[in-house]
Design a protein around this ligand. Structure first.
Ligand SMILES: [Zn+2]
Length: 243
């Protein structure tokens, strides 16, 4: 594990992404909204995204640090797993479980259950297993006391999935887009671009991102929202708390 931005500590929300930029693309509006409410947020990237067509592991780490500064999160770590063909096994699950034990989040946000990039659902499965195994006290080969978060939610990324709930991020869209554009080698950022073009490097991709937020917003009658899927049925205490 390497620290990308500040040092790991207790947070309310832990956002896990298999690639640096997954969290910015899909859940950074939600993160910004909760930071503005006083909650603490950490991000854990599983890989350095070294298989990405544009940029490399070094540039991606720098970009993820800059995005962290823009979001003003508490900290960010990178588990340096190999990018691509992710393996769901004991070693990889326990690496994530250790971060969960050290961060003690109430809520975990994780990759999409299904997506265009095959690593995303594998990231979802890794996070879900770590969510469970972090709570078993007889696992003593990793740091931290046994701890299980209350809930895990999967952020919807590229492929359109029907959301189980949406969060209004209308007030957070501008900073969200700035955090995405911090990944200068990945996405269009208004400068002349001589790198090889990919399905996510054009201005049209950023327009797609805005359109996606509008689609989720439409579902809850606000201008912009992010969509999430749930892993288990949530318990509701007060019907009036659901809008
Ligand atoms: Zn990704």
């Amino acid at each position: 594990m390497i620290s990308v931005y500040k040092g790991i500590g207790k947070v309310d929300i832990l956002a896990i992404g298999i690639h640096p930029d997954d969290v910015e693309l899909s859940a950074s509006g939600t993160i910004l909204k909760h930071i503005s409410k006083g909650y603490r947020v950490g991000i854990c990237d599983l890989t350095k995204g070294e298989l990405g067509t544009r940029g490399d592991a070094r540039t991606r780490l720098l970009e993820s640090k800059q995005a962290s500064e823009i979001l003003d999160i508490d900290w960010r770590v990178n588990l340096e797993m190999a990018d691509g063909f992710s393996v769901i096994d004991k070693m990889h699950v326990l690496k994530i479980a250790e971060v969960i034990r050290l961060a003690k989040p109430k809520i975990i946000l994780a990759n999409a259950l299904d997506d265009r990039h095959p690593d995303h659902p594998r990231g979802a499965a890794l996070a879900r297993e770590a969510f469970f195994f972090s709570g078993l006290k007889k696992i003593t080969s990793i740091k931290g006391d046994a701890y299980r978060a209350d809930s895990l939610y999967h952020y919807i990324q590229d492929k359109h999935l029907t959301a189980d709930f949406c969060i209004d991020i209308t007030d957070n869209v501008d900073v969200k887009m700035a955090s995405i554009k911090a990944y200068k080698t990945q996405f269009f950022h208004g400068k002349e671009d001589t790198l090889q073009q990919t399905p996510i490097s054009s201005p049209a991709f950023l327009e797609f991102m805005l359109a996606k937020m509008k689609v989720f917003g439409r579902a809850i009658n606000v201008p912009f929202a992010e969509g999430f899927n749930i892993h288990r049925v949530p318990g509701i205490d007060d019907l009036m708390s659901i809008s």
